[in-house]
Design a protein around this ligand. Sequence first.
Ligand SMILES: Cc1cc2nc3c(=O)[nH]c(=O)nc-3n(C[C@H](O)[C@H](O)[C@H](O)COP(=O)(O)O)c2cc1C
Length: 371
Amino acid sequence: MSSTDILFKPFKIKSLELANRIVMAPMTRSMAPAGFPGAANAAYYKRRAEGKVGLILSEGTVIDRPASRNDFNIPFFHGEEALAGWKGVIDAVHEAGGKMGPQIWHTGSVTSFMTDWVPDVAVESPSALEGPDKPRGKAMSDEDIADTIAAFAKAAADAKRLGFDVAEIHGAHGYLIDQFFWDGTNHRDDNYGGKTIAERSRFAVETIAAVRKAVGPDFPIIIRLSQWKQQDYAARLATSPAEMESWLAPMADAGVDIFHCSQRRFWEPEFPEIDGEDGLNFAGWAKKITGAATISVGSVGLSGDFIGSFSGEEVSNAGIDKLLTRMERDEFDLVAVGRALLSDPNWVAKVQNGNGDKVETFTPASLGELV
Ligand SMILES: Cc1cc2nc3c(=O)[nH]c(=O)nc-3n(C[C@H](O)[C@H](O)[C@H](O)COP(=O)(O)O)c2cc1C
């Protein structure tokens, strides 16, 4: 076995069969003009399918709510015109032999750091907060919550109808669903708030249950989660395995098949006080606790994390031995790669063919072009 073989073992869950373990991480590109994906977006994703990415996750694409996005060029995942654009995307990816799911998103009350554009109606969130002690927009009513859950379910049903292979719900990074999870932004005293992470997970659990009902039993559902928030990189929702279980298990019961555990650096242990500095990462603990499949992510093949890339920090290529070791230990099932696939659509094929040293190095300039 060559040392990268573990990455190229097929993977199957429900109706989804993947040729390898590599996932393209969801990356907002803000290049769907006015919210409508077109031929350039289809060509961009098709190139990664031609480059042998096992599963492509789209950039975050938003549900049918009045203020569900924070950038004018973030794509809609609703309405005839946008969905026709997405149909062009999935058909192009399938033509190249790829598999793909949209990342279904609501940005909550988070302001974009890429643009001054704001929606023309008030943004919504659990407690009218963008972050701790940072008021913005309006707190959601029961009706807003019910409509939002229905809009997530509708988007997932549309994903399946258009021919996508899977759907990912964006529950990470401080956006709407994460604003419910986090006590820094959820001060509600109704059924959607509470002192414990289990109580604050109710919005996510109801969303997942509605999505499951909309797509049927065999269509895989992924949820992306993170401990860190863009509002606070040190924030944590689960500070022990028991707390993590109370957070994740109800979501697995509601219908999640795969937990996509977002870290900025995949090699960082989640609970080093329990299993040491080389201990399980977030995806490792999520798999151990729930028995569900998991995806890890964070600086694969690169020397520095993605937050630095937004402020123009250069990175260099780095080896993937630590990743292979964790995968050989069966710590998690799949691994997502972000920036490395922006700079080099053929990253997967090069790694598979032993040409890892020929990978194009990511530069922050890649963020400005859709190629
Ligand atoms: C340009 C850019 C846009 C991103 N947009 C999203 C997004 O829409 N949804 C999401 O969950 N994560 C997003 N992320 C985070 C990535 O999915 C990924 O977790 C992160 O880049 C770490 O992977 P990497 O180190 O391999 O780049 C984005 C990252 C980048 C660089």
